[in-house]
Write a protein that binds this ligand. Sequence first.
Ligand code: SAM
Length: 337
Amino acid sequence: MQFSPADWQRLEALRARFLDADGGTDVPDYWSSARDLELYHASFAQRIGWKWDAVLAELDRRGLLTEPMAVTDLGCGSGIAAERWLARRGAQTLSLTLRDRSARAVEFASARLNGSHPGLVRPEPAADAPRMVLISHVLSELSPSACDELLGAIESADALIWVEPGSRELAMRLVTLRERLRARFTPLAPCPHRGACPLALDAGEFWCHHFAAPPREVFRNAFWSQFSRNLGIDLRSLPYSFLVMQRQPASAAPASDLVRVLGRPREGKGHLRLDVCDAAGVRTENFLVRFDKSRAKELAGEPVRERLYRVSREGERIRALELPECVEGATHIAPQG
Ligand SMILES: C[S@@+](CC[C@H](N)C(=O)[O-])C[C@H]1O[C@@H](n2cnc3c(N)ncnc32)[C@H](O)[C@@H]1O
């Protein structure tokens, strides 16, 4: 797809809108033409799609939310969340419903996804099917009352996947929503436990964010280098926050030695500084490189998969971080009894 100078200007204007949105008031509809959505879909939405790929790859590895479902994309925009979902879980999708306060966005996303999955897009979710809700990059545009309305729309769902940028502010808002939704839903990810979020009461310097890696070919691609140059965006950095919840998870509770590493590990002399989350809280811990050079290399590099580990300790110190076994929808099933 060719971008004219006017197209780049339009993308810059859209980006300024996104960056200005602070969640205090509703953002007016900004999709002024189908071209806006085309430009957005070819650029910003692809980057959002790579975050969805990271989240969905984790769910695949952990065998979570694999049952057939009727899926609704709320605030669909050009439909990237639904598109990435269908790429992995098309066979288990009974129907796809696209919702947005912009009729133009719904029309655009419906036309594209109807083309790739004829017959799947429907105005209402398939009746009597478990319902999955996808939400992506909407939170900053919602006033408190619009957010309440969105939560109302989620209430009847059986599961939800919510992906937002990894800024501190939005990640904290997602934590607050997690706590509200916990009355009805059980957290499956990113949390390595099912209890209250330790960051909800006192986050201190921490926030729950993660990094996705764009496909390698992006760094050799003329369009993406122009995108990066024109909009001043670092292609390597894809921070995101997310939340996956299910009404009644079929899976066993995660094992108690499961931890999630938040954000980017920081390199020190002979060790990495890790922000580690588990049911007891979030804290910074040292991981000595000599204990496991390949794990340290993996942690210091670009993320290739979710940073979820079974931890073993020697006294107060992390001794090892092992990849969890994923068995039938659980992440390392805790021993019975
Ligand atoms: C930044 S775009 C993200 C679009 C898409 N979800 C994605 O990840 O690319 C935000 C979308 O939310 C929609 N939106 C904003 N407020 C909304 C509301 N109160 N209800 C439904 N959609 C809303 C906008 O029209 C826009 O399409």
